[in-house]
Write a protein of this length. Structure first.
Length: 340
């Protein structure tokens, strides 16, 4: 057998192996998707219908229950979160909304790679603008006035617990259309001094009501910090350490956040920080919370936890913001809460 013929046979065999592997992956993915779309007994009813960001006293979220509306933006009455759900045609990995403005982060499988994008939405959930994302969607927020939207993606790595990961956080002015692609271009003041480093990462933006101030997590040199920033000044200043995924209370006085309780682990506890005293209060939730909590009102927080025995599915829980009481399940099969 000639050398050329042997090479051709090896090439053909390699192509067949790769084709078989790809086919197997596609079939397994299709099987997982089919199983995920099978309704489960006990799940709330979900039906298609009009969903608007102008509705009042509603709770918006990403539906996680099985069926054709899985990952769709959905709505329930705030007073009856366990009731029937109305689902829009829009599907998102992450979602948030305020003052008639929404942001939807999507991750759609493509032939060669995932297509990740951010959608700026109007009150009827129609897409106003689309932005390509540099990585996997992680966090999304809209300012109380609706003027600013922010999102965080993983450029490398898949979680905040990874030893090596990189994030990119962007802020969009929805009025002017100006996009700040990365907070890493902002001036940093760390412990009172100007700071610059190659390993800087930001994530988890939350906005104040003045259409300029925001808070976020800064990570550098294996430490995380809560920073207060100015959009117009393109600058941030550190306030305290070990604060991740901050969420500003409606009255602007407190920050809910997850605190890493063991170094180099993925164990977090949920706390609330008084911005005046910088005193942190642990909340009644004892499970590890890997989420950016949402304030349902000035007294109550909501957050996602993995559903028992169901990989890839989460439930929404709520807990008092003062450290008292106990957690209660708010919504089964749901994530990304946004109270209207």
């Amino acid at each position: 057998m000639t050398s050329l013929r042997r090479r051709l046979l090896v090439l053909v065999a390699a192509v067949l192996v790769l084709a078989g592997t790809a086919t197997g992956m596609v079939l397994r993915a299709a099987d997982r998707a089919e199983r995920a779309d099978r309704p489960r007994s006990g799940d709330p009813a979900v039906s298609a219908g009009p969903v608007s960001l102008r509705q009042r006293d509603r709770l918006m979220f990403v539906n996680g229950t099985a069926g054709p509306h899985r990952t769709a933006v959905a709505s329930v009455p705030a007073t009856d979160p366990g009731g029937d759900r109305t689902a829009a045609g829009l599907k998102c990995v992450r979602f948030y909304a305020a003052a008639g403005t929404g942001v939807c982060l999507q991750s759609n499988p493509g032939v060669l790679k995932q297509r990740n994008r951010a959608l700026l939405l109007d009150a009827k959930l129609r897409t106003k603008r689309t932005f390509a994302l540099a990585g996997t969607p992680s966090r999304a927020r809209v300012s109380p006035s609706g003027r600013f939207a922010a999102w965080t993606v993983f450029v490398s790595g898949e979680s905040y617990a990874s030893t090596f990961f990189s994030t990119r956080t962007s802020i969009l002015d929805t009025r002017t259309g100006r996009l700040i692609p990365s907070l890493e271009t902002f001036d940093i003041t760390l412990d009172g001094e100007s700071y610059r480093a190659a390993d800087v990462n930001f994530w988890g933006v939350t906005f104040a009501a003045d259409d300029d101030t925001f808070y976020a997590t800064l990570n550098t040199a294996d430490k995380t910090y809560l920073v207060r920033g100015s959009v117009s000044g393109e600058s941030v200043t550190t306030l305290t350490e070990n604060v991740e995924c901050p969420s500003l209370s409606p009255d602007g006085t407190r920050i809910a956040f997850k605190k890493r309780v063991l170094s180099r682990t993925d164990l977090w506890r949920e706390y609330v920080l008084d911005l005046r005293t910088l005193r942190a209060t642990p909340l009644a939730e004892r499970h590890s919370v890997d989420d950016q909590a949402t304030w349902l009102d000035d007294d109550t927080l909501a957050y996602a936890l993995p559903a028992d025995g169901e990989s890839g599915r989460s439930d929404l829980w709520s807990v008092p913001a003062d450290g008292t009481g106990s957690p209660r399940r708010l919504l089964t099969g749901a994530s990304s809460p946004a109270p209207l």
